[in-house]
Design a protein around this ligand. Structure first.
Ligand code: PLP
Length: 295
């Protein structure tokens, strides 16, 4: 099994939302199995041989996009994939779905508990969410595609926007680009994101701009207004966005339109649609219960 990612699929598409123009960089179209943000982050491993490695180990949540992508990478490389989860709810164990089901199908070996601190030299250890320096390789490619597009379109004033988890993508993108990169924390708060940036880059002048959400959204919790934003985007632009990061991203973008006045905006669509397979039914159940209690 091998994966050739066709990066020319990631076009920049023009849409209208919030009464203004945005360009959407369609990284969600890159590859069915290996799409969006994690295709960029793990590209280094796709394009380089690691002759001494026979196992990849990582940790994180039971529906993580990184987990799914790593299971595909491991299958392709003929590596064992060991994934450490704090706890696994018994419902998911008995009814695998979404990213978890895909990873299990790709022979992911599940361990409940903390990931060991050290491994043998045959093991590639990948930080939660793929937050590590190898990510730079694929993100530089993304930056170069953006530079080519800007030259072709003769765009002079541009800001880049993308929602952050670990902040790795936003940080490296800013390192490679002269345009301002603007982001929003979706997993922790602004202080968490700032600390993440400092881990990777001590010079704060090279950090992306962080916009603060007006309301605290806990990651992967359900908020009716976020689902409504997802639905409006789908209806008005025809593009499906993910339900974890993008609705927070667009909401905060909408609260800060003044920050982008006079600039074109390139929004990076980082994929994650496989995760919607579990998030959407959760939202639908929530909204159903709401209408039931109302009537
Ligand atoms: C992983 C992921 C992110 C977060 O990327 P970071 O580099 O960790 O900030 C955002 N969106 C999607 C869809 C992702 O899969």
């Amino acid at each position: 099994m091998s994966i050739e990612i066709d990066f020319s699929k990631s076009v920049a598409e023009k849409i209208n939302f919030f009464g203004r123009r945005f360009f959407i960089k369609r990284d969600d179209l890159l590859d069915d199995d290996f799409c969006g943000n994690k295709a960029r982050k793990f590209l280094y491993f796709l394009e380089h041989d690691s002759p001494n490695i026979d196992t990849v180990a990582s940790s994180g949540s039971s529906q993580s996009n990184a987990m799914h992508s790593l299971s595909v990478l491991a299958k392709m490389k003929n590596w064992k994939f060991i994934y450490y989860i704090d706890h696994l709810n018994s419902y998911l164990q008995q009814n695998p779905c979404g990213n978890f089901a895909h990873a299990i199908q790709n022979n992911m070996i599940l361990e409940i508990g903390e990931m060991p601190v050290t491994f043998g030299s045959n093991v590639l250890v990948v930080n939660e969410g793929g937050a590590q320096k190898e990510a730079k390789f694929g993100i530089e490619k993304l930056a170069n595609e953006i530079k080519d597009w800007v030259n072709e379109q003769k765009i002079e004033k541009l800001k880049i926007f993308l929602p952050s988890g670990t902040g790795t993508t936003a940080l490296y993108l800013q390192e490679f680009l002269d345009f301002e990169v603007v982001t929003v924390p979706c997993v922790g708060d602004c202080e968490y994101l700032k600390a993440q940036f400092l881990e990777l880059q001590s010079d704060e002048r090279l950090h992306p701009t962080i916009l603060k959400p007006s309301k605290k959204y806990h990651f992967a919790n359900l908020y009716t207004e976020l689902f409504e934003t997802y639905q409006s985007l789908l209806r008005e632009t025809g593009i499906e966005f993910d339900l974890l990061y993008d609705p927070v991203g667009w909401t905060v973008l909408g609260e800060n339109l003044g920050h982008f006045e006079g600039f074109e905006v390139l929004y990076i669509h980082q994929g994650g649609l496989k995760g919607n397979a579990t998030m959407k039914p959760r939202y639908e159940r929530k909204l159903e219960n709401k209408t039931k209690t109302k009537s």
